[in-house]
Design a protein around this ligand. Structure first.
Ligand SMILES: C[S@@+](CC[C@H](N)C(=O)[O-])C[C@H]1O[C@@H](n2cnc3c(N)ncnc32)[C@H](O)[C@@H]1O
Length: 230
């Protein structure tokens, strides 16, 4: 899976991907992360990428020329998708992440300042994705959310001992409580059922806890799950 990230701040992307599971996936050639800076494509003599908005108002708007020239310089695979990070986009969730994991190449267009000149959207015609109903200063964190979440779905990214199958949302529920050593801490004990090695009982306990938590913390997901059981 190749990610091409259009960003004015490539270090933010590359630095994050230089640690832990992401780094291992890159070293194992499961992931390829490439950054392209629209500033390098600006025809302005000062490499300007933003300007004041027509009609007035606060902030700076990203200019169409550097973004389009930068975008058009990216070699597109047959099975690729272009995503613009935007608070106005479709909210990111596990099922969208699963869909994205089927592409060979994902191009991520990160905004900054007041956002994009509308013609960038009109020309690129990207899928717009939001990571929630709040506004961040830039698209780099949302891009990293997508890179990280999609990467976990790729075969080989998680080691044998790590699995996404039982994570929250994989079966429509949120995950059961987890424990590790010691058995007792400040009078709080690990549930007995997890210590006896009876996997049937353990699975029963975990499903019951998952259902309990989902009902309590995410009634919206719980109701969807109930409807799917009918
Ligand atoms: C300050 S925001 C621009 C917001 C824009 N003026 C609006 O109100 O829709 C700058 C950039 O951060 C990114 N961004 C901010 N919040 C985001 C979110 N919730 N999801 C995805 N991207 C976001 C986008 O790339 C956006 O272009």
């Amino acid at each position: 899976m190749k990610f091409d990230v259009m960003t004015l701040f490539p270090e933010m992307i590359l630095e994050y991907c230089n640690f832990s599971i992401m780094k291992r996936a890159i070293d194992n050639k499961i992931l390829d992360i490439n950054t392209i800076n629209p500033r390098d494509y600006s025809l302005d003599k000062h490499k300007k990428v933003d300007d004041t908005p027509y009609g007035g108002g606060a902030g700076m708007v990203l200019m169409v020329q550097p973004y389009i020239d930068c975008y058009e310089s990216i070699k597109k695979a047959e099975n690729s998708i272009t995503i613009m990070l935007s608070p106005q986009g479709e909210p990111l969730n596990d099922s969208l992440v699963n869909n994205l994991s089927n592409y060979e190449q994902i191009i991520l267009v990160c905004g900054h300042y007041e956002g994009f000149d509308e013609r960038i959207r009109e020309i690129i015609r990207p899928k717009e994705i939001s990571i929630g109903d709040f506004v961040l200063t830039g698209g780099e964190l949302p891009a990293l959310c997508i890179i990280d979440a999609v990467s976990r779905k790729l075969e080989g990214t998680l080691g044998k001992l790590e699995s996404a199958d039982e994570d929250s949302f994989a079966n429509g529920l949120i995950e059961y409580p987890q424990y590790t050593r010691p058995r007792e801490y400040r009078g709080l004990y690990v549930p007995e059922v997890l210590l006896n090695g009876n996997h049937k009982e353990i699975n029963k306990f975990r499903l019951k806890e998952s259902l309990k938590r989902t009902k309590q913390k995410r009634p919206d997901l719980y109701n969807l799950w109930l409807n799917r059981q009918k």
